[in-house]
Design a protein around this ligand. Structure first.
Ligand SMILES: [Zn+2]
Length: 181
């Protein structure tokens, strides 16, 4: 059973690593975000030196605020099952925010169909809203993406995305909330 679980995880990660198909977003596809947004945009604040003020909470506080899957992905760098996220096929206009702290992370205009089963974007709203670091787990060298404010794990970024950036931010839907315009 444990081996099966591990295999599923490796397969899921391998799929996220797969080259995207870059198919265009169809404007005829209706918005399908489930339910009302559960969070509000919480704009960034900066200290006197111009640095983004971070949100820090204890594990206990995060456990209270997040459900098990959200905690596993955001705080333990887990990965949701491909295609399981409610925002994968969301094509509404709006802003994708951090599930952990409400920082606006991605605009719907930069979302594209990657075919991976995870919400994919070609650029963050602002470069300093996300932090990118090396992740060599599971025998793959990938660039891990975190929320720059609360340190929540969002997903990974790959260099096989569409123009204009050529980047593919492969995000976990549970790490995000959607606020419609
Ligand atoms: Zn955050």
């Amino acid at each position: 059973m444990l081996i099966m679980k591990y295999l599923m995880l490796v397969l899921a990660l391998a799929a996220c690593n797969a080259k995207s198909t870059n198919s265009a977003v169809s404007s005829s596809q209706a918005a399908s975000a489930s339910g009302a947004p559960s969070s509000q945009i919480v704009p960034p604040q900066y200290d006197a030196a111009g640095k983004l003020i971070k949100v820090t909470k204890s594990d206990e506080e995060w456990r209270k605020e997040l459900n098990d899957l959200e905690y596993n992905v955001l705080r333990e760098e887990g990965t949701e099952r491909a295609g399981s996220g409610d925002l994968v096929n969301n094509h509404a206009d709006g802003t994708y925010i951090c599930r952990g702290c409400g920082l606006p992370l991605f605009d719907s205009a930069t979302k594209f169909e990657s075919g991976t089963g995870w919400p994919s974007f070609y650029q963050p709203l602002k470069p300093d809203y996300v932090a990118v670091g090396k992740d060599d787990s599971y025998g793959m060298s990938r660039d891990e993406v975190e929320c720059a404010r609360c340190g929540g794990h969002l997903g990974h970024v790959f260099d096989d995305g569409p123009p204009p950036t050529g980047l593919r931010y492969c995000m976990n839907a549970v790490s995000l909330d959607f606020v419609a315009r």
